[in-house]
Design a protein around this ligand. Structure first.
Ligand code: ADP
Ligand code: MG
Length: 159
């Protein structure tokens, strides 16, 4: 586990871009954080770096959006999901059986027990000023270890 501090939306976007550029075949990210933390902003920056042309917004009502860029991206928002059984219904397990895709999952909080074996876990928390965010990064499984290690050693974005 390590943390990256950002002091502006632009710096959080830089992190999204950096992660996008580290993707080899596929990647799954669970994005934890309160309302307004920056989950969607992060997702937008990652999609932009993957050359997605569409407008990326939180898929709160339809639970998942699909974007096409250099990779196909599945963007989930589990906020409105009622129970774990519903994950199966919305095809969550098929979408997260990735080969050449990227999956971003907002509001995984109540469903960590049902998340895939391998993913990066990003938790965005507010710092002590309006534009400050503390982003804690964890590795689940070993599949994305390279990306995790690269991020860990790339230094702080706000430097
Ligand atoms: P969420 O999807 O987590 O609810 P959003 O990404 O929609 O949050 O909104 C985050 C808001 O916080 C945006 O208006 C963004 O401009 C603002 N913001 C301010 N500072 C930061 C920062 N350091 N990182 C990310 N967002 C920031
Ligand atoms: Mg959001």
């Amino acid at each position: 586990m390590f943390t990256i501090t950002t002091n502006s939306p632009e710096q959080t976007s830089l992190l999204g871009e950096k992660i996008a550029n580290l993707i080899q075949d596929n990647l799954i990210i669970c994005l934890e954080g309160d309302l307004g933390a920056g989950k969607t902003l992060f997702t937008q920056s990652l999609c932009k770096a993957l050359k997605v042309k569409e407008i990326v917004t939180s898929p709160t009502f339809n639970l998942m959006n699909v974007y096409e860029g250099k990779k196909r991206i599945y963007h989930f928002d589990l906020y409105r999901l009622e129970q774990p059984e519903d994950l199966e219904e919305i095809g969550f397990y098929e979408y997260t059986d990735v080969e050449d895709e990227v999956v971003l999952i907002e509001w995984p909080d109540r469903f960590f027990a049902y998340m895939p074996e391998d993913y990066l876990h990003l938790k965005i928390e507010r710092g002590n000023s309006e534009q400050k965010r503390i982003i804690t990064i964890n590795l689940e499984g070993q599949k994305y270890k390279n990306i995790y290690e690269e991020l860990k050693h790339c230094g702080n974005i706000s430097d």
